[in-house]
Structures are given as structure tokens and as C-alpha cells.
Ligand binder design. Structure first.
Ligand SMILES: NC(=O)c1ccc[n+]([C@@H]2O[C@H](COP(=O)([O-])OP(=O)(O)OC[C@H]3O[C@@H](n4cnc5c(N)ncnc54)[C@H](OP(=O)(O)O)[C@@H]3O)[C@@H](O)[C@H]2O)c1
Length: 313
């Protein structure tokens, strides 16, 4: 039996679909209202707990600054309680973490799992990233955990949670070079770690390499919205007038993941494929997260985890 927490979310819903399609396991999906007073309870028949549950404010994780208590509960205390419940029966845990912990490309190498995060509570991170980073630090001490770092999810399905949709719908684009995560590729890679029995630990799980926002915009202008006029932020204006917390724009080194044998297409390839197959109609799994798929909306001025006029958290 696999317990999936946060199955209704943007990422959890893809875990649920892939688990149902690709594994013979019984899947249990408790909502957090069903957790006991001290968090969820598992039993000795649980072969894996996947934690996609988190407190993620929309449209921007900057809004966690106004809901600090909820942020601490959902992003720090909850992972801790889940960890305690796993420890009881020594159950493997897959914890979804964030890769929005760095800036730049580390001299071309990308940031690896052994590089100390630059964004932390005591180095100016906002509450969301601060809690996520601290949770990763605590949870990764458990000897049976895969901490899977995700950042800037996208795919071909138009949705307010999709980075490509944000580039289209937000009034201005923040141009930056980033490693991104194709949603299905990310989930498939996470489940492969479990299926292959890969060594436990922290894993950067983005598609390899990175891409400039302006290159995605060029592809969109060619294939998806020829008439749309894209505007770009002046970097200083954006960072001083819009962003409430320090942002992460970075490239992650995914060689640890690839060394396990997990296959991941490049960020460039995954973006091209999504744009080629762009689907304006929201699908069932998207509808909870997506809201109306209105290609004409010109949008929120602020950011989700993967950011406002999209940069990152
Ligand atoms: N999306 C991104 O840009 C991004 C980037 C990097 C990392 N991540 C991480 O990926 C994971 C999944 O994020 P997501 O984008 O799928 O988030 P999401 O769409 O907001 O879904 C969050 C899920 O957690 C549940 N939840 C919310 N508050 C909770 C609480 N206080 N206690 C327990 N469960 C709670 C929700 O359940 P209900 O339906 O019952 O409310 C929902 O199923 C999170 O760990 C997030 O930090 C996300």
C-alpha cells in the first residue's frame, strides 16, 4: 500500500494518476482534515509514503509572509509529523522539496545536492522557502527518505500553476535562465527512484540544463500565440517593486539523479514538446488548480512558487 498525501494538488494529482496507471499498489489518499491531531498515522503494511502536501499560497508564495503560522504548520510541522509517523514502522518516505534555493549556475556546473543552500531563514529567504529548506534539512536525516527537489513546474496543459501559462498571461515576463521541471517527467523520475530502489537522499529532480524565459517566449510567439505582445520586466523594477522575498533563478546539477539510471529529457526538449502539444482546455486533473482556461486574461501581477512574471520563489 502506498499512502499519497496532498493528492488533490498540482503535483499530487499527477502522482495519483501515474500511481494508478503504472503500479499495482493500493493507493490511499487521506485529506489533511482526516489526519489525527498529531498528524497522519500509517501502519506496518505501508510500503511508501509520498508527501506532496504543503501550504502553497496562490498566486504567489510571497503571500506566505501574511500567513506565517499556516506556512510553518504546513511546510515545517507537517513534514516533521509525517517523518515521525514513518519512523514508527521504518516506512520509506518520499518528500517533495524545492530546488529554489540558489541563484546562478555555479560557474557553469549547476548547484548540486552537496552545495549549501543560499536561500535559508538566516540568509534572507521568505517564510515559504525558509520553511521548505528547514524541513528538508530535518527530514533528510531520516535514513529512508528521498527528498525530491522540484522547481518551476510546467507541461502542455494551460493552467495558472503552469510556468508556460504564466509567461503568456502575466502582464510582464521576468527574463531569467532556469532549470525547470516537466510535471510528468518529475513524477515519473520520483517513482523510478522508489521502483529501482535507488539510494536514499536528497535529489535535484529538474529536467537537465536550463532555458531562458525569452527563448520560451520566442517559441510561444511562433507556435501558440502569434499575436500576443510580450512585455519584459526591467530586472531592478521587478526585484524592488514586485518581489516581496528574495528570488531564486538557478540551474541545478542533476548528475546524481542521472547516475541512478533514471532518464530525463533536457529542459529545452521538454519545453519544446509542451509547446508543440499546447492545450488551452483545462483537463479534469487541472481543473482544481487551474480555474478558467482563459487565454485572454491578463492576469495576476504576483507570483506562485515558480514566480510572478515568472522568476522563481
Ligand atoms: N508548484 C510549484 O511551483 C512547486 C515548486 C517546487 C516545489 N513545490 C512543492 O511541491 C509540493 C506540491 O505542491 P503543489 O504545487 O502541488 O501544491 P498545491 O497544489 O497547493 O497542493 C497542496 C496539497 O497539500 C494539501 N494541503 C494544503 N495545506 C495543507 C496543510 N496545512 N496540511 C496538509 N495538507 C495540506 C492540499 O490539500 P487540500 O486539497 O485538502 O487543500 C493539496 O492536496 C509541495 O511540497 C511544494 O512545496 C511546488
Amino acid at each position: 500500500m502506498i499512502v499519497l498525501l496532498g493528492s488533490t494538488g498540482y503535483i499530487g494529482s499527477v502522482f495519483l494518476r501515474q500511481l494508478e496507471q503504472n503500479t499495482g499498489h493500493r493507493i490511499v489518499t487521506p485529506r489533511y482534515q482526516d489526519y489525527g491531531e498529531r498528524g497522519p498515522v500509517f501502519d506496518k503494511y505501508t510500503s511508501l509514503v509520498i508527501n506532496c502536501a504543503a501550504f502553497v499560497t496562490k498566486p504567489s508564495v510571497d503571500l506566505c509572509e501574511d500567513q506565517k503560522e499556516e506556512c510553518i504548520m504546513g511546510n515545517l510541522l507537517l513534514p516533521f509529523r509525517i517523518l515521525r509517523a514513518c519512523e514508527r514502522y521504518n516506512i520509506p518516505l518520499m518528500h517533495i522539496s524545492t530546488g529554489c534555493l540558489y541563484n546562478g549556475n555555479n560557474g557553469g556546473k549547476g548547484w548540486s545536492e552537496t552545495d549549501a543552500p543560499q536561500l535559508r531563514f538566516n540568509s534572507g529567504a521568505g517564510y515559504y522557502v525558509g520553511c521548505k529548506q528547514l524541513a528538508e534539512q530535518i527530514v533528510s536525516k531520516y535514513p529512508r527518505v528521498w527528498c525530491c527537489r522540484m522547481r518551476i513546474p510546467f507541461d502542455h496543459l494551460h493552467s495558472p500553476r503552469n510556468y508556460i501559462s504564466k509567461l503568456i498571461t502575466y502582464p510582464k515576463v521576468f527574463d531569467a535562465f532556469n532549470s525547470l521541471c516537466h510535471r510528468d517527467d518529475f513524477v515519473n523520475a520520483c517513482l523510478s527512484l522508489f521502483v529501482m530502489g535507488a539510494p536514499y537522499g536528497i535529489y535535484n529532480m529538474t529536467n537537465p540544463g536550463g532555458i531562458w524565459a525569452h527563448d520560451i517566449v520566442s517559441m510561444l510567439k511562433e507556435k501558440v500565440c502569434q499575436k500576443h505582445e510580450f512585455k519584459f520586466w526591467d530586472e531592478l523594477d521587478f526585484l524592488t517593486k514586485i518581489a516581496r522575498t528574495p528570488k531564486s533563478n538557478c540551474v541545478l546539477d542533476v548528475s546524481k539523479l542521472l547516475a541512478t539510471g533514471v532518464k530525463m529529457r533536457s529542459t529545452q526538449e521538454a519545453v519544446e514538446h509542451s509547446i508543440q502539444n499546447w492545450d488551452w482546455n483545462s483537463c479534469i486533473e487541472n481543473s482544481r488548480n487551474a480555474g478558467p482556461a482563459d487565454r485572454n486574461t491578463s492576469s495576476p501581477s504576483s507570483t506562485s512558487e515558480s514566480n510572478p512574471s515568472p522568476t522563481t520563489s
